[in-house]
Design a binder for this molecule. Structure first.
Ligand code: CTP
Ligand code: MG
Length: 238
């Protein structure tokens, strides 16, 4: 079956601070989204990339991608996103042609994921896993608190999960196309929506498996992450 990558890029980037939508901001002179699309196109199996763009930035997104096109072997489609990440991913899935059997969902905000991670996710889906997620051990100890806390106020701790049993997940997450589409049909986009596609598939009773992620697949979320991403690119001489 053909493999496609859906790249949700429709977020505003509120935590990054004021400016253009996050995916359109530059890292060492090239938009984050362009880096992310290249990262998907580098995987030999990927023959289609569906970019889910900010609804008010479709023309700008198309123009940026025309300026920095992926190799001719990779087809590129741009569709408008929604109010939540989950809604944006659903719109990307709706744009997939019939012959796509494996779907990757990759955050535009993870522009530096190495191709080895992409390839290993695809390989695990090809080997029969319906939902595959790259993940790393958690380095910070994590505390659980009760809901309803007030930001800035001291919060009572309710539990400390065993760190050795926790993993931080990344993207691209890879799926049997039908398993992901079924999860998106069955689980309503309520509130903020799901933060993780595998989490939705998990809720439909499908087994999710983890493969090793990579430090450089970190998500650009806050201003410090831009500093780190540009340093990684400089080290790669890009
Ligand atoms: N995303 C999307 N549509 C939305 C919200 C998010 O396509 N309505 C995408 C983002 O563009 C990003 C990915 O989902 O590539 C991960 O989301 P996140 O890192 O939270 O990005 P933003 O939502 O843009 O950032 P913030 O939460 O700080 O506003
Ligand atoms: Mg967000």
């Amino acid at each position: 079956p053909r493999t496609a990558a859906v790249v949700p890029a429709a977020g505003r980037g509120v935590r990054l601070g004021p400016g253009a939508p996050k995916a359109l901001r530059q890292l060492n002179g090239t938009p984050m989204l362009v880096h992310a699309v290249r990262a998907m196109a580098r995987a030999r199996a990927v023959s289609l990339v569906v970019v889910v763009a900010p609804p008010d930035g479709i023309a700008e997104t198309r123009a940026l991608l025309d300026e920095h096109p992926p190799p001719a072997s990779v087809e590129l489609v741009v569709v408008p996103g929604g109010d939540t990440r989950q809604e944006s991913v659903r719109r990307g899935l709706d744009a997939l042609p019939e012959d796509i059997g494996i779907v990757l969902v990759h955050d535009a905000a993870r522009p530096l994921v190495p191709v080895e991670v992409v390839d290993s996710v695809i390989a695990a889906v090809r080997d029969g896993a319906p939902a595959v997620v790259p993940a790393l051990p958690v380095t910070d100890t994590v505390k659980q608190v009760a809901p309803g806390g007030v930001r800035g106020e001291p919060e009572p701790v309710t539990a400390t999960p065993d760190r050795s049993l926790l993993r931080a997940v990344q993207t691209p997450q890879g799926f049997d196309r039908r398993a992901l589409a079924a999860a998106h049909r069955r689980i309503p986009a309520t509130g903020e929506g799901a933060t993780d596609d595998a989490g939705m598939v998990e809720r439909t009773g499908v087994q999710v498996v983890l493969v090793p992620g990579h430090e450089e697949a970190f998500k650009v979320t806050r201003p410090l992450d831009i500093v780190l991403a540009e340093a990684v690119l400089a080290r790669r001489r890009l």
